[in-house]
Each structure stands twice: as structure tokens, then as C-alpha cells.
Ligand binder design. Structure first.
Ligand code: FPP
Ligand code: MG
Length: 323
């Protein structure tokens, strides 16, 4: 059994409660909506985000209805953002299957994404805690701004490492920060501990997106989505960013290519090879290890229990995962 499966197993009753609540939250009188949602829920993904809600609640208290409703809210908001993201990115494969826009069309995918988003807000209201509602609502704002930032930065090519980290904080790490907030609000954690958890989640979220960005440099069936997409869309992520900055003779020529409005498949491959040869992937792994070590230090402020160990192994899983 892998570490991740082990974590899932220790949370089995809570995950069953989570998935039951997701299924009932997404029920509707519309047959088409039900068909789309049922097929979407068949490949629900790893559910790392609600797992973080559950672990952060259990780290310092006990999982209750409020924690489950909060975990459902973040999972639904996350899925809403992916459904909309696949429309924005024109992606037809995710989690090894066809996306909603791929199977049906953009109109339907936008509406199903809206339905997920509205249900996420309803679940946050069901916690009866305005802090959870605020966390989820702020998150929707940040994710949208992050997505827009990324497209804007891609179009205008003003990317440096600082803006890269700002983008990946907004588009990905912010969601992980909300997860620990929602878990902590459910069990009432003091402000100091909450701030430590937030910082832990930020570091974990940055690692998650750096790893996700690395996948784009490799073609592998296990990843379950097409590779080279970011570059085709003009998005320069950490491996290439590092390669472009390390002063090799080809850097200038590659920087110009990376900024071209359209890239053909051979040009995408050229940029990928350049990033790999110039040590961009190694650099991205070294960056994740640095963030992971900072995160591990933060966890030492919590009692040494099963949940603390699980949170640490989760960040290791995120760095080493193959999809
Ligand atoms: C995946 O990024 C997408 C996100 C992390 C966020 C998408 C956010 C939005 C579409 C806006 C907010 C939406 C709502 C409902 C509030 P990616 O394209 O880099 O990763 P991928 O390879 O998994 O598609
Ligand atoms: Mg995408």
C-alpha cells in the first residue's frame, strides 16, 4: 500500500461521509445535469484538498458535520474551477478521461461549473460559520484573478520567478490555505496555530503546482492529460524559467522562441529539451525540496500524532507522485 493509500484508509469513514454529502449536494431535478455529474463523479480524483481539511481538523480536534460540510465546499469549488479551466484552456482530457467540454461542449461545461460553484457556496453556508463562507468566497476571487494573471502574463511575457510564485500561489496554493482554514475553523484552533497551518499549506500548495508544471515537460500516459500544453499557451513555468535565466549561449534564442505568439509541436519540443538539458527540472525538484523542508519545520510546532505524520507524508507524496 502506498503512503497516500494509507492516508486514505485512515480517513475512510470521513471520506465516505464526504462523498455521500457531495452526491446529495449535487442532486438536481435536471436529467442532463445528473448524467453529466454522475459520469464526472466516477473519476473523482485523489481528493487531496478535502483530505487536507480532514487532517488539519483531526490534527487538533475531531471531525464533525461542520468539518465535512467545509471539506465538501472546498472540493466542489476546486472541481468548479477545473471544469471552467478546461473550457478556458480548451482541454479535452483530464484524469485520463474526456472533460465535460470535450464530451459535450463549452456551454454545458460552463453551466455545470456554475452549478458546482453555487453548491460549494451553499455548503459553506451550511457550516453556519461566516469565516468559512468568507474563506471560500475569497478563494473564488483569488482563483479567478490567478487564472487571469497567468493568461495576461503569458500574453505579455513579463515573467520572472517572483511573478511565477505569485501566480501559483493564487491559482493553486490559495486553495490549500483555504483547506486548512476550513478544517481549523471546524475545531476552533487559536490564531498562532492557524497561521502556522496556513504557511504549511502555502508551501505544500506551491510544491503541488511546481510538480504539476513539471508534468507538462514529459509525455506519460499516467499523467492523464496532454503535455506541452503550458508552452503551447505561452505559459513559462519554473523549469524553463530557470533554464532561460542561467545564461547559456542558447538562452537568448530560446527566450525569443518562448515568447512567440504561436508554437508548432517541434518548437514546443525544442523548448522542453532546452529546459531539461539546462537543469530546469533538477532546479524545480530542488526548489520543492527546499519548500518541503520549511514545511516540515513548521509541523514540528504541532503534537507528534498520526495526522502530523500524514501531513508530512502528503507533501512527500505530492513531490514524488506520478500523476
Ligand atoms: C488548473 O491550472 C486551474 C486552476 C488551478 C484554477 C482555475 C481557475 C479558474 C478557471 C477561475 C476560478 C473558477 C471558479 C469556479 C471560482 P492548469 O491549467 O495549470 O492545470 P491543468 O493542467 O490541471 O489544467
Ligand atoms: Mg488547465
Amino acid at each position: 500500500m502506498t503512503t497516500f493509500q494509507n492516508i486514505q484508509q485512515t480517513l475512510a469513514p470521513e471520506l465516505t461521509a464526504l462523498n455521500d454529502r457531495i452526491a446529495s449536494a449535487l442532486g438536481s431535478p435536471n436529467a442532463l445535469m445528473n448524467t453529466v455529474i454522475n459520469s464526472y463523479l466516477e473519476k473523482k480524483g485523489k481528493q487531496i484538498r478535502p483530505i487536507i481539511v480532514l487532517l488539519s481538523a483531526k490534527l487538533l480536534g475531531q471531525v464533525n458535520e461542520k468539518v465535512i460540510a467545509g471539506a465538501v465546499a472546498v472540493e466542489l469549488l476546486h472541481n468548479a474551477s477545473l471544469i471552467h479551466d478546461d473550457v478556458v484552456d480548451d482541454t479535452v482530457t483530464r484524469r485520463g478521461s474526456s472533460t465535460i467540454n470535450g464530451t459535450w461542449d463549452n456551454h454545458l461545461a460552463v453551466l455545470v461549473g456554475d452549478f458546482f460553484l453555487s453548491n460549494a457556496l451553499l455548503q459553506s453556508v451550511a457550516t453556519n460559520d461566516i469565516r468559512v463562507v468568507k474563506s471560500i468566497s475569497d478563494l473564488g476571487r483569488l482563483l479567478s484573478i490567478g487564472e487571469l494573471d497567468e493568461i495576461y502574463t503569458a500574453r505579455y511575457n513579463n515573467l520572472d520567478e517572483e511573478s511565477y510564485f505569485q501566480i501559483i500561489y493564487r491559482k493553486t496554493a490559495s486553495l490549500f490555505v483555504s483547506c486548512v482554514e476550513v478544517g481549523a475553523y471546524g475545531v476552533e484552533v487559536d490564531d498562532d496555530r492557524l497561521d502556522t497551518l496556513r504557511e504549511f499549506a502555502r508551501l505544500l500548495g506551491l510544491c503541488f503546482q511546481i510538480k504539476d508544471d513539471i508534468f507538462d515537460y514529459f509525455s506519460d500516459e499516467k499523467i492523464g492529460k496532454p503535455t506541452g500544453n503550458d508552452l503551447r499557451e505561452g505559459k513559462i513555468t519554473l523549469p524553463l524559467l530557470h533554464a532561460l535565466k542561467n545564461g547559456s549561449p542558447r538562452s537568448q534564442q530560446m527566450a525569443e522562441l518562448a515568447q512567440a505568439p504561436h508554437l508548432d509541436p517541434a518548437q514546443v519540443n525544442e523548448l522542453i529539451s532546452f529546459a531539461i538539458e539546462e537543469g530546469g527540472i533538477d532546479y524545480a525538484y530542488a526548489t520543492m525540496r527546499r519548500l518541503r523542508d520549511q514545511a516540515a519545520e513548521l509541523l514540528k510546532r504541532f503534537p507528534d500524532n498520526e495526522q502530523r505524520r500524514a501531513l508530512l507524508s502528503l507533501i512527500d507524496f505530492i513531490i514524488t507522485r506520478e500523476n
